[in-house]
Design a protein around this ligand. Structure first.
Ligand code: AFP
Length: 319
């Protein structure tokens, strides 16, 4: 039974990357404790603000964001952070070598129903000179040096990759540390399970409607096999299920959005999850491009996402 610090000491050669991963994950343990207290700590409900994307912020979005922000900015390894909950990047007062992008609480609409939420993080090398600017963050996802998430479910789990496979850790609450519970997770190339918000069906492209109609037709349709559907409404929960037992997750662009950009954020959701899926042998695309190849044009950019079992992603894109 290896703890996270033992794993990092033996499997991650850079001491500064070990440090940034430890600071991030230690803060997630504190977020996990806050979540466990729920209503007792008076931290549920709305904060009364909107984030830069015009979404209402929950108190816990704000609390989690502030916890990660202050912990990371205090670390000498961090040059700057970008958060889904911050309008602009926040430079640190150090000459640290890492840029961290994060979604402090993905799926926050699940908080009030005591369902799954998570923190997603993505780590890049600083590329420009100091002080850091937004332009430094605009690197394609294939440049990520590490990416992962902490899932706050029945147990709290850390899943991450530094480019050498995907590893899962479970929080030992008594000891207050993550313990390695699955190494080198792989996603089957085939699947019979899909995740998509079906209520948007009429707004999808004709091709996406045809693809999903064929999944739903099951054995009676052209696919010749039945498919099951699951939707956690937190990408972190849907991706975790895919890493554990396979599947495909889709958040397509739809005609409600004139830019046809999709809902999910490239830097805080699609890139880190794309890295994990590829490291586990799966695929991650928009409706046209490999996600990790996209050159971002802004830190809050949104994209369409199709990720999961390699053959099923290919099949979806073939429509
Ligand atoms: P929130 O964090 O604002 O709740 O959004 C979560 C999310 O971006 C992603 O985690 C889910 O997959 C997706 O939204 C759920 O979207 P729907 O509202 O369409 O179910």
């Amino acid at each position: 039974m290896r703890s996270l610090s033992q794993f990092l000491a033996s499997d991650v050669s850079s001491a500064s990357l070990q440090e940034v991963l430890l600071v991030t994950t230690q803060t997630c343990i504190e977020i996990s404790s806050a979540l466990k207290k729920g209503s007792l700590a008076g931290i549920l409900g709305m904060a009364g603000n909107e984030n830069v994307q015009g979404e209402e912020q929950k108190k816990l979005d704000v609390i989690s964001n502030n916890m990660l922000k202050s912990a990371l900015l205090a670390s000498p390894t961090v040059r700057a952070i970008a958060s889904e909950e911050e309008d602009d990047i926040v430079p640190a007062s150090t000459d640290g070598e890492y840029l961290i992008a994060f979604d402090p609480l993905d799926g926050s609409s699940n908080i009030d129903i005591n369902s799954m939420v998570g923190t997603i993080f993505s780590i890049y090398h600083q590329v420009g000179s100091e002080p850091a600017t937004e332009a430094d963050f605009l690197q394609p996802g294939k440049n990520q040096v590490a990416a992962g998430y902490v899932l706050y479910g029945p147990s709290t789990m850390l899943v991450f990759s530094t480019g050498h496979g995907v590893h899962m850790f479970t929080l030992d609450v008594e000891q207050g540390e993550f313990i390695l519970t699955r190494e080198n997770v792989k996603v089957d190339t085939e699947t019979q399970e899909f995740a998509i918000n079906m209520s948007n069906q009429r707004f999808w492209s004709e091709a996406m409607q045809n693809y999903v109609n064929d999944l739903v037709a099951g054995k009676d349709g052209s696919r010749g096999k039945n498919f099951n559907m699951r939707w956690v409404a937190a990408m972190v929960g849907d991706v975790h299920r895919i890493l554990c037992r396979g599947g495909i997750f889709i958040y397509p662009w739809d005609s409600k959005d004139p830019n046809k950009a999709g809902k999910l954020r490239l830097m805080y959701e699609a890139n880190p999850m794309g890295m994990l899926l590829e490291q586990a042998g799966g695929k991650a695309f928009t409706h046209t491009d490999r996600i990790l190849d996209i050159q971002p044009d802004g830190i809050h950019q949104r994209v369409a996402v199709v990720l999961g079992a390699a053959n099923e992603v290919d099949k979806c894109l073939s429509y």
